[in-house]
Design a protein around this ligand. Structure first.
Ligand SMILES: *Cc1c(COP(=O)(O)O)cnc(C)c1O
Length: 408
């Protein structure tokens, strides 16, 4: 199915914004939801809303089956070995913090190293920075190529016998580059370190296979892959999750509670304290069905082609700077236009119904590395068409004219 055919599943796209048909180019921040997902969540609330893992009554069993069924869908989607390795969290941010608090802060000592890059989203940056401060570990950065990409040589130079954790993006939400996770995992493992991957921008856009990539932890959010907000996934290898302490204590996650001691449920439930995000899991399961039916390879191929189509035309616009690699980009383009502030640019584009992101993209260290205070970003997903790109290009040209006239 091509983007034009897929659009009919996304009712939100069929509207006018500021008198123009909506062109939604901010899926990197959050994707839109197909009716399949909206209806699955609606059906849950209308027909079998109930708490999970406790009731013996019919609705409770249905809700539990749906919740645990979604876990199996996630397992299969990322090809993990076992559903015990799939933890439902609130999103990527919570998933990374679970590893930092439950694992990293328990094992790190002065002299140990955490290796990352300045490209990371704040969610994969600040938790490590703070863990380094508290434990006395060293916070180290892999040097980047001129276009912001990461080479294996640079990883090899940075990771040492003291490295305990490597934390890196799979696809950057600013540069759109893809890191060679499988090879980075091998380097980390040679040095006895573990690898955590921020998959917030890869799980929605390409096929990922945990057993092939061999990373130790992988994290992503449902809302960027056609699913609801409020739910995401922490994948971890079983032996590491066994060593990770729960970070939220309460109902649902316990085995036995005494006055001075308690024990926890087995994996994955020891990490899921409290009533979980049941409707969210149901929605995520429906999103996975939707994506799988289209095919992740197909989604990746179409998006890469669309990005190439957009890049070719954007490169023709004088004064427009594109950040990150010029080739082989994933589904987003980050740019600036002359000296127009990206917020002004995004405001003018919005007046034509075009939604792009402007700001630091939760990556302030990267903005400083790029020597800019902010950028604009157009990010694409399976429902974006070449017409959307044409509208963006026309919008950029009109913006350029507008500010050209204002300044002259
Ligand atoms: C969006 C994003 C995050 C954070 O995801 P949340 O859903 O806000 O927790 C982390 N890393 C990258 C690369 C992202 O794009």
């Amino acid at each position: 199915m091509n983007a034009k055919e897929l659009r009919r599943y996304f009712p939100i796209l069929d509207q006018q914004v500021n008198g123009h048909p909506l062109v939604y180019l901010d899926s990197g921040a959050t994707s839109q939801k197909p009716i399949q997902v909206i209806e699955a969540v609606d059906k849950y609330y209308r027909e079998y809303n109930s708490n999970v893992h406790r009731g013996v009554h019919t609705l409770g069993t249905k809700a539990t089956d749906a919740y645990e069924g979604a876990r199996e869908k996630v397992r299969s989607f990322i090809n993990a070995r076992d559903t015990a390795e799939i933890i439902f969290t609130r999103g990527t941010t919570t998933a990374i913090n679970t590893v930092v608090y439950g694992y990293a802060r328990q094992i790190l000592k002065p002299g140990d190293e955490i290796v990352t890059t300045v490209v990371e989203h704040h969610a994969n940056f600040i938790p490590w920075q703070q863990a380094a401060k508290v434990t006395g570990a060293t916070f180290k950065f892999i040097p980047l190529q001129e276009d912001g990409t990461v080479t294996l040589e640079a990883v090899k130079e940075t990771v040492t016998a003291n490295t305990k954790i490597v934390a890196i993006h799979h696809i950057s939400n600013v540069l759109g580059d893809t890191t060679p996770i499988k090879e980075i995992a091998a380097i980390a493992h040679q040095h006895g370190a573990i690898l955590l991957v921020d998959g917030a921008q890869s799980a929605p856009h390409k096929k990922v296979d945990m057993q092939d990539l061999d990373c130790d932890f992988y994290t992503f959010s449902a809302h960027k892959m056609c699913g609801p907000t409020g739910i995401g996934v922490l994948y971890g290898k079983r032996e590491l999750l066994e060593k990770t302490e729960p970070v939220e204590f309460g109902g649902e996650m316990i085995d036995y509670v005494d006055l001075y001691e308690s024990t926890w449920k087995e994996l994955p439930w020891k990490f899921e304290g409290g009533t979980p995000i049941i409707a969210g899991a149901v929605g995520l399961g429906a999103a996975i069905d939707f994506l799988t039916e289209i095919g992740m390879e197909e989604i990746e191929r179409n998006e890469k082609q669309l990005v190439r189509y957009a890049m070719e035309q954007m490169k023709e616009i004088e004064g427009l700077t594109i950040y990150g690699p010029q080739e082989n980009r994933s589904s987003l383009i980050t740019f600036n236009l002359d000296s127009v502030h990206p917020h002004d640019l995004a405001t003018v584009l919005d007046s034509y119904g075009i939604a792009v992101r402007a700001g630091h993209h939760c990556a302030q260290p990267l903005m400083r590395w790029l020597k800019v205070s902010a950028t604009a970003r157009a990010s694409f997903y399976l429902y974006n068409t070449e017409e959307d790109v044409d509208t963006l290009i026309a919008g950029l040209k009109k913006t350029k004219e507008y500010f050209g006239n204002v300044f002259s």
